[in-house]
Unconditional design. Structure first.
Length: 383
């Protein structure tokens, strides 16, 4: 007589007594068994059938269905509020150090300081040219306070639900709610940086108005919950000084105070920053890059230390590309300057004059020759 074998899963022989779950449907009730090893609760022969009939079946696990409100663990990264389970974002790593003027770092830390139980922290805005270290300043502040950091990148098409909670269709067919980096910082008592905040439209800013004043709360229409900020929650906004931005509403600017303006670093600080990011760069190429950046700063040209890092990186890679026939230092650096910043960066003086003329600092051209020659050009017909 042929004996019938019963399937108990891959570790049934070595596992303790199996737990029992049920697959419920209108047609049948089927009992299945699984061990404590984390594999699919259904036996292998039933998996294709259950996947095809997912809409008609639901797996009932012996574990609890609801979660009590508690602090999110590092493994689960979830938090339940008013019966809604939120999946939290991941914090950023903070490995960089702050190099340069520490006065502005102290100003930022003062904004986040609370001096009395009735006091509230400030949410400053950090302004400056792109690439001068505004986000790095906020990262340094979070490192000084020993708090986790979350960064939300603002764009022109950022929606309110992007800032708060986004519904996502899970594999099981249910809706899962994912908290943005901002809401994760609000719930966990961390620091959030709204990067390039003036690229965001007014509708998105309006959803954050109660969070940035004395109410310190925000409402998610998608999830239908009201979220109160943790006492340790801190926030700041970085804003670039360029033309490709929105005008932030006055009622939002009145909440983003004070304004911390960042300028270009001094020569010693700029050299230290380049050495920190590129410690393997030779001294002569570091000096050439710093000289170029300092001259650009004096002429009010918008070349930042980030541009200097990219410029130096490409030059070093070009020299190391072919060790048998290496480029000279000057040739590699000049090629990198043209590829990274463009040919106009070869002549900073001319670029500065053109910029001033475009901004109205000089008189408009008076004759046809002014369109083709500079005023000090010996070929100018007016000389």
């Amino acid at each position: 007589m042929r004996t019938r074998r019963r399937f108990h899963g891959p570790s049934a022989s070595a596992s303790p007594p199996a737990k029992v779950g049920r697959i419920r449907s209108k047609a049948a009730k089927v009992k299945v068994k699984w061990g404590d090893t984390g594999f699919d609760p259904l036996p292998a022969p039933m998996l294709p059938f259950a996947r095809d009939c997912r809409s008609a079946y639901s797996i009932q696990s012996p574990t609890r269905k609801t979660m009590s409100p508690r602090a999110p663990s590092a493994a689960s990264r979830t938090l339940t509020i008013e019966g809604i389970t939120l999946h939290l974002a991941q914090p950023m790593t903070m490995g960089q150090e702050w190099i340069g003027n520490r006065e502005i770092l102290k100003q930022l830390l003062a904004c986040w300081l609370v001096i009395d139980e009735r006091d509230l922290p400030l949410s400053p805005r950090i302004t400056g040219q792109p690439g001068i270290g505004k986000t790095t300043l906020a990262m340094a502040g979070a490192r000084e306070r020993e708090q986790q950091l979350y960064v939300f990148q603002c764009t022109a098409d950022t929606r309110p639900e992007d800032l708060l909670i986004t519904p996502v269709l899970a594999e099981s067919g249910t809706i899962s709610y994912h908290a943005s980096p901002l809401i994760t910082a609000v719930l966990t008592g961390s620091i959030c940086v709204l990067d390039e905040g003036n690229r965001m439209n007014e509708k998105s800013w309006a959803s954050l108005a109660p969070l940035l004043d004395h109410r310190r709360c925000v409402e998610s229409i998608i999830a239908g919950i009201l979220i109160n900020a943790h006492a340790d929650f801190r926030c700041c906004v970085t804003m670039n000084e360029d033309a490709s931005t929105y005008e932030v509403p006055d009622y939002i600017l009145s909440r983003l105070q004070p304004t911390l303006g960042m300028g270009f670093p001094a020569r010693e600080d700029e050299l230290a920053i380049l050495r920190y990011h590129l410690p393997f760069a030779p001294a002569d190429m570091l000096a050439m890059t710093v000289d170029f950046l300092q001259e650009a700063h004096q002429l009010s040209l918008d070349y930042s230390v980030r541009d200097g890092i990219h410029l130096l990186q490409y030059a070093l890679k070009r020299r190391a590309q072919d060790p048998a026939h290496p480029l000279s230092t000057d040739a590699a650096w000049r090629e990198s300057l043209m590829k990274v910043l463009g040919e106009e960066a070869l002549d900073l003086q001319t670029q500065s004059r053109r910029r001033k003329r475009a901004l109205g600092d000089q008189a408009l051209p008076q004759g046809l020759g002014d369109f083709f020659f500079e005023s000090d050009d010996p070929l100018h017909p007016g000389r």
